[in-house]
Write a protein that binds this ligand. Sequence first.
Ligand code: TRP
Ligand code: ZN
Length: 885
Amino acid sequence: MDKSAPKAIHLKDYAPPPYLIDTVDLTFDLGEEVTRVRSSLQLRANPVRLPDGAPVPLVLDGQELKLVSLAIDGRTLEPAEYAIGPESLTIFDPPAAFALEVETELKPQENTSLEGLYRTSGNFCTQCEAEGFRKITYFLDRPDVMARYRTTITADALKYPVLLSNGNLVAASKMGHDGRHTVTWEDPFAKPCYLFALVAGVLVHVEDSYVTRSGRTVTLRIYVEPGNQDKCDHAMRSLKKSMAWDENVYGLEYDLDIFMIVAVGDFNMGAMENKGLNVFNTKYILARPESATDTDFLGVEAVVAHEYFHNWTGNRVTCRDWFQLSLKEGLTVFRDQEFSSDLNSRPVKRIADVQRLRAAQFPEDSGPMAHPIRPDSYIEINNFYTTTVYEKGAEVVRMIHTLLGAEGYRKGIDLYFERHDGQAVTCDDFVAAMEDATGKDLSQFRRWYSQAGTPELDISGEYDGHGRTYRLTVRQSCPPSPGQPVKQPYHIPLALGLLDPQGADIPLRLKTEDVPKGTSRVLDVTEAEQVFEFADVPAPPVPSLLRGFSAPVKLRMSYTDDDLTFLMANDSDAFNRWEAGQTLGTRLLLGLVEDRAAGRPLELSRGFLDALDKILNDPALDHAFAAQALTLPSEGYLGQQMPVIDVDGIHEVRGFARKAIAAHLRDDLLSTYRALGGNEPFAIDAAIGRRSLKNLALGYLMSLEDAEAVELCVGQFHNAHAMTDVIAALGLLNDTHLPQRDAALARFYETWKNEPLVVDKWFSIQAMSERPETLAEVRSLLNHPAFEIRNPNKVYALIGGFAGGNAVRFHDSSGAGYEFLADQVLTLNGLNPQVASRMVKLFARWRKYDDRRQAFMRAQLERIVGAPNLSPDVFEIASKSLQAA
Ligand code: TRP
Ligand code: ZN
């Protein structure tokens, strides 16, 4: 392998910084050709590392910078006093405390990585997390160096009328003779440099205000490009709800006089929590019913909340080092999930979150990139903003909440803030606060932070009619992960109930207890094998296990099909009612995949059809929940259950089952569609559920492709007011060869060509079509005038939509899809390594496919690893994917 291959860095090598920075005074001179940055830092030796003061060399991080001048305490340094490396600036013999002045030049207009200072739609914008500040100036670019910032920005007053940075505006000049103006911002809170932000350009804003619980008035502003002011209402409402929720649920208030959000069209991720100046991907701000779907609206609400919540969980208390990323991300995702649950339907949100975890995190956790939520090492930190760190991290915080109870959890979090406000801390500090506040021993629980992989629970039950007891035997295991051949048992909260033959919950008394403790409770599973014995069980029960998905594990229990239909109909836990249907559906569909492979005729079980019939016709059911319960397990989820993924078999069998269900329930689906199909004015409330059930019905009906269904679908496409309904209809037409398909796509583009976020939908829909000609169409869409390879949203829509959202076409047995993806990865590698690395990840599961596909994918990965100028981002994913299983 290449000798210059980038090196891994390890958690065990962590050492505190030798120097600390107390204050940072930045001056930006923004220009079309060159941007000049002057930085004045107050530094001192860190007493923890250098108790006797200096000197050890001061090594500052810096990338792609041109050094203009360098001075200590006002004296320009001689060339012999420092050295410039490709990614650092070393000052050999600094004093124990000093002022450092560094002047550098950069070219933001050439920065396509969207990290550091870059241009988007003619404006200037920064993205510093995780290590982008080093592309702006030489600095100790690590989160345990926290400083107070003052930022002065000078720029052309006409081209850049709006100049923003963190904190409060403390000075602003009028335009001078040179046509330039200057502002100064000051942030009173010490922060790590990854939370620094600067935005400059032509922006308009909508403004509102919020009065905090203690009576302070906070100005709220959302900045967007002109023309988008009318798409900010929902984001603003979401922000105010987030502020109120954090006060009510966590007792946390906002701490500055102004909170600003800027929405930009070119952004690698969803959004960024810079102190007082969040920067968002437009996708998570702009929303109007005509142009955004219900999913988009919920996404805006959740991401606005997520970034706002970071103000305490991430900013006031930050991470000591990047191995601790889940300290802020897992906790903040848990907080935004709970916020959305409180605002909308809790079971529907939980189901959506678990689906996401299973669709993305479980595969990651059993593949070549598997890592603990607190990784031990990384080559490129940008590769570790993963679903494991975020979503599994949130599950780990949720389990602490479950084990401690709401009150205990709140005591723990209060202690965490009391101890660590203003500090950069570790996951272990978080767990310690939870323990110290409640007296609960979480030592074994800590394995969730250090071990990778999805644990498996094997549960069996045994009823004893004479003793009226029910014994549950619980076994846990966890498959090996890269670098972790053997796992120790986890501490797993197992929430459960027992249903009597009428479907009612039985009061739960363990044999060791005197009185029952409720009808739903949490057992502490800690051993590799453990037995729980329940007393006073009048008849053989059906257990409802892992209620609410109380731990991120895979559950195996030998239910009969009848047990599952019984749970679907009766479980008092809504999540488990849904889960029982998914378990049954998975079992039946995998059976059909086998039947198909063996050349047997396909037939869908009558009992399953009847159970679906009941759900569809249950007037008491929440519409959104019914839609989830009537959705078959996804192709991806079914594939995960197979030792070798049968892509074509799964696709065909799932299509067959959809048709069989549609044929069986046709009349009820039609009447459901008609009952819910009123083209009602848009609202973001119960109407979401009505739309999802209505469009589910339309989807089933369209699988029959009969004239009536097509007419409904085309009618909906043309007449619907809400984008949710337009997109649902277009998505269904998109899989057909009907003449109306091309006409609808053309009309959709004509209508929306000036709305980039809607054009993204147009790209992704086409990329996900199951039609055989899709790859050819995707290739030609790369040359469509609206496609821009430099824009991440476009890449995620078209290339990501195809390779990540279209299993049958991407995994076409010719291997053409693989070659296409590798071509795009290599192009993106030179432009935007973060985006390239997200695309190359789509190859990571190559070992799960048959020999022929494996050989094709491996060849493409080898081609990528052998390519010149590979970024560390792409190198890490591709090389780890190729490593021996
Ligand atoms: N911290 C951001 C969040 O809220 C994540 C993020 C935004 C990010 N932009 C990034 C991470 C760029 C790495 C690189 O989750
Ligand atoms: Zn976050």
